[in-house]
Design a protein around this ligand. Structure first.
Ligand code: COA
Length: 264
């Protein structure tokens, strides 16, 4: 058993072949800071080569999975040139998660906003509490999709349902996510993390080489396209973050008011 952590915002704990990454910033709704992306990218890079890790689980708590990227960080990045370059922690995390060779499981309760939802497109199994609310609010923030969601979501949901999710940016609940195949099962929130852990334990008892080859074959020839789309989206996202629409949206969130896009 091991338990390593750089800060308390991300907890990394490995037991019986299952590495669990817990989002632990409830006061800010588990929104992800640069430091948290860095920790998660490091944890995945280590788990990838650690023979003692067979499965990785992402989990929040019973009330919140993640409110997505920290908005204050976005505002900082919008006013600081080059902070969202290709080697920014968020892009490194996305490359690690999208290319992760072993099974990834997510347990989702409460809101899963932005990267809280797009992360799930790279998970192999997703269990959700009936209080889970998924949303892709990039449009409402004046930016564009990330994590290759502009590629993967139309493939998974069909173009029109993906367009509804990405162009309107409205939340949808666990039952709707189940219907479109975004998640595996809806469970009571109090059982969600335990269900994910039980499934992880089952996977951890399978032969690792078979897990890895099965996942690789199911992902098919898509890996290169996904990696390229993450880079392409990242460049557009970083540019848009500095434009008036994003500045208005992010400032409005911090000032707890509705954004005014009439000039954007
Ligand atoms: N970044 C930074 N802080 C955030 C945050 C984020 N993404 N999401 C929430 N917070 C902070 C709030 O500012 C608030 O801080 P305060 O107590 O210092 O005022 C605290 O977390 C609680 O948030 P609140 O909005 O009051 O909680 P809620 O339960 O009413 O709503 C959410 C929860 C997740 C639905 C809502 O916070 C939200 O929509 N967050 C923004 C999501 C977003 O746009 N993320 C970017 C995706 S790309």
């Amino acid at each position: 058993m091991s338990n390593t952590q750089d800060s308390q915002d991300i907890l990394v704990h490995t037991e019986e072949g299952v590495c669990t990454i817990t989002f632990n910033r409830a006061a800010k709704k588990n929104s992800f800071t640069e430091a948290m992306y860095r920790q998660m990218a490091d944890a995945l890079a280590a788990a990838k080569v650690d023979a003692g890790v067979r499965v990785v689980v992402f989990q929040g708590d019973i009330a919140i999975f993640s409110a997505g990227n920290d908005i204050a960080d976005f505002l900082k990045q919008a006013s600081t040139p080059d902070t969202m370059g290709a080697d920014a922690p968020v892009w490194r995390f996305l490359q690690e998660v999208s290319a992760f060779p072993k099974p990834l499981i997510a347990a989702v309760c409460g809101p899963a906003v932005g990267i809280g939802t797009t992360l799930l497109l790279h998970c192999d199994l997703v269990y959700a509490g009936d209080n889970a609310a998924f949303s892709l609010p990039f449009i409402n923030l004046g930016v564009c999709p990330e994590a290759a969601s502009s590629l993967l979501l139309p493939q998974m949901l069909g173009y029109h349902r993906a367009a509804e999710a990405l162009l309107l940016g409205e939340p949808f609940m666990a039952e709707a996510a189940l219907e479109v195949g975004l998640i595996n099962r809806v469970v009571p929130p109090s059982e969600c993390n335990a269900v994910a852990q039980a499934q992880a334990r089952k996977l951890a008892r399978k032969p690792l080489s078979s897990l890895i080859e099965t996942k690789r074959l199911m992902k098919g020839g898509q890996a290169k396209a996904v990696g390229e789309r993450i880079v392409e989206e990242g460049a557009v996202f970083a540019r848009m973050l500095r434009e008036p629409a994003a500045k208005e949206a992010l400032t409005a969130f911090m000032e707890k008011r509705h954004p005014d896009f009439s000039q954007c």
